[in-house]
Write a protein that binds this ligand. Structure first.
Ligand SMILES: Nc1ncnc2c1ncn2[C@@H]1O[C@H](COP(=O)(O)OP(=O)(O)OP(=O)(O)O)[C@@H](O)[C@H]1O
Ligand SMILES: [Mg+2]
Length: 504
């Protein structure tokens, strides 16, 4: 018998107009941490959906051998019964329920056909200890942060005696600390015999903990690298099919110009949590400048950005906002838009994109006026614009008429960024613009940002990837617990200085 826990042979899966997987071969050894990497749209999520029965047998061609047996999963329930659990990026927990209810949901512990709550809580507590999550099992899931919710998902998987854990970009929305905890947990679980497959665009994670790594490109298996072969440059080369020398384009030298935006003593209160999320924030932004907002997740960077953008739905804001030296008061994002201020949300699903519409419509809606003549949209212009972004930042789609919900996660994100760029505002606020985007496409996005800056646009950029923020910002503010704890010039902005201020 081979020591492979999993073999996927000649897997082919097509969608209308797209061959997402083309004879993919994928093998995972017992007890290893195996990374699956590749550009946006390469087919990673699709391969894992085939494996876990989300795309049932008959929906693809090829063979899955798991634990030495050929498997024809017809549903997630069947793959789970075989010892396999998938944790998707969109978490599947019920926010209103408690942690213990979530962990044992749909496989309740019963005694004489009645749910045994005492035993459920006791067992849930045991699972939480295993994943080192220190919360009360009675807490509601909605009161946990994303990192903690992720751990609850893993606890849930462990409670079902999983032997193969699949994680699709689990750290995309996690901060450094939570990401590190998650990676450490996978290493711990490995010692107990749990095998993991992890999808990630963060190559540092691959070099840190992978035992092996499979690269796929355009639905084809390109390589499987063993631990000693795993180097960032090698992975990138296999991912994109050529060598990439620079991860960041050269930034134009910044010459200070006039201030376009200034805030004075902004305070914001979140209605939902009745917490003060922004405390006395004073920031400024100059023409043709990229100002970074650094800080840990939950520090209040998005809240500050949203306060500028006029989001009264969630916040009560006090303080003053000056645009080109004039006092303004945006009560609604629409008013900010009219004044040339645009915010691209970190949460592309709930804000920004319309998943049921196509790529072209999602981009063009950002600036219909520029596409219209006498109030009528010029359809040709609309196509030209969408094709330009498709080409510039490599949006992978069979056509710009494709419905957005059929695009891979990273490609949806590219549409969200395109939309922001096309709106061509004076001031653009980009909140985690490269989340879930592959290395090659990140470079293209940075290049577009540089072009727009050259043309005089001003950008506030929020990013949890510090190297990116340091490379792209002309100046930085660090935010911690809602307060600005420091302002750093390009020269002063080092990882160390930022982290010091971020944890004040
Ligand atoms: N439901 C669907 N309908 C049509 N096409 C789809 C569907 N789901 C995925 N695709 C296409 O299949 C290809 C692979 O998508 P997949 O989601 O597997 O990519 P991925 O490698 O996970 O990318 P990312 O890193 O962006 O998450 C893409 O070209 C995508 O557009
Ligand atoms: Mg994916």
């Amino acid at each position: 018998m081979s020591d492979h826990i999993l073999e996927m042979k000649n897997i082919t899966k097509t969608f209308p107009g797209v061959k997402a997987l083309d004879n993919v071969n994928f093998q995972v050894e017992q007890g290893e941490i195996h990374f699956l990497v590749g550009e946006n749209g390469a087919g990673k999520s699709t391969l894992m959906k085939v494996l876990s029965g989300i795309y049932p047998t008959g929906n693809y061609s090829g063979q899955i051998i798991f634990n030495g047996e050929v498997q024809d999963f017809r549903s997630i329930a069947e793959s789970e019964a075989a010892g396999l659990a998938i944790i998707n990026q969109e978490l599947a927990l019920v926010p209103e329920m408690s942690v213990y209810e979530n962990i044992y949901l749909a496989h309740e512990i019963t005694k004489r056909k009645i749910i045994d709550w005492n035993q459920t809580i006791h067992m849930a507590d045991k699972q939480l200890k295993k994943v080192k999550l220190n919360v009360n099992p009675g807490n509601k899931v909605k009161d946990l942060n994303v990192g903690q919710q992720q751990l609850v998902e893993i606890a849930k998987a462990l409670s079902k005696n999983v032997t193969l854990l699949i994680l699709d970009e689990p750290t995309a929305a996690l901060n450094e600390n939570d990401s590190e905890n998650l990676l450490n947990l996978l290493v711990e679980l490995k010692k107990e015999g749990v095998t993991s497959i992890m999808i990630s665009h963060k190559l540092k994670e691959v070099t840190a903990i992978a035992d092996s790594c499979t690269v796929i490109r355009d639905g084809l298996t390109i390589s499987t690298l063993r631990k000693e072969e795993i180097k960032e440059e090698r992975i990138i080369k296999d991912m994109v099919g050529r060598e990439i020398d620079n991860i960041f384009p050269q930034r134009p030298k910044y010459k200070p110009r006039e201030v376009v935006l200034e805030t004075k003593n902004i305070n914001a209160y979140d209605f939902a949590s009745s917490k003060q999320v922004v405390k006395d924030a004073n920031i400024s932004l100059r023409k043709g400048e990229v100002v970074g907002l650094a800080g840990l997740m939950g520090a209040g960077r998005s809240e500050l950005a949203l306060s500028i953008f006029g989001n009264p739905r969630d916040y009560e804001r006090t303080g003053d906002l000056f645009l080109h030296g004039k006092k303004v008061n945006f009560n609604h994002p629409g008013e900010a838009l009219k004044s040339g201020v645009v915010y691209v949300s970190e949460d592309r699903k709930s804000e920004g994109l319309i998943l049921r519409q196509d790529v072209k419509q999602n981009i063009s809606i950002a600036n219909l006026r520029s596409l219209s003549k006498h109030g009528v949209i010029d359809k040709n212009e609309e196509i030209i614009v969408a094709e330009k972004y498709r080409k510039d930042i490599n949006i992978k789609t069979p056509s710009i008429e494709q419905t957005l919900e059929n695009l891979s996660g990273g490609n949806q994100q590219k549409v969200s960024v395109s939309k922001g760029l096309f709106s061509n505002p004076d001031i653009l606020i980009l909140d985690e613009p490269t989340r879930g985007i592959d290395v090659g496409a990140k470079f293209e996005i940075y290049t577009l940002i540089n072009e727009l800056i050259n043309q005089g646009m001003s950008i506030i950029m929020i990013s949890s990837e510090l190297p990116e923020l340091l490379a792209m910002s002309d100046r930085l503010y660090v935010v911690a617990e809602g307060k600005i704890t420091g302002e750093l010039s390009k020269e002063e902005a080092t990882q160390e200085n930022v982290m010091k201020l971020a944890t004040l």
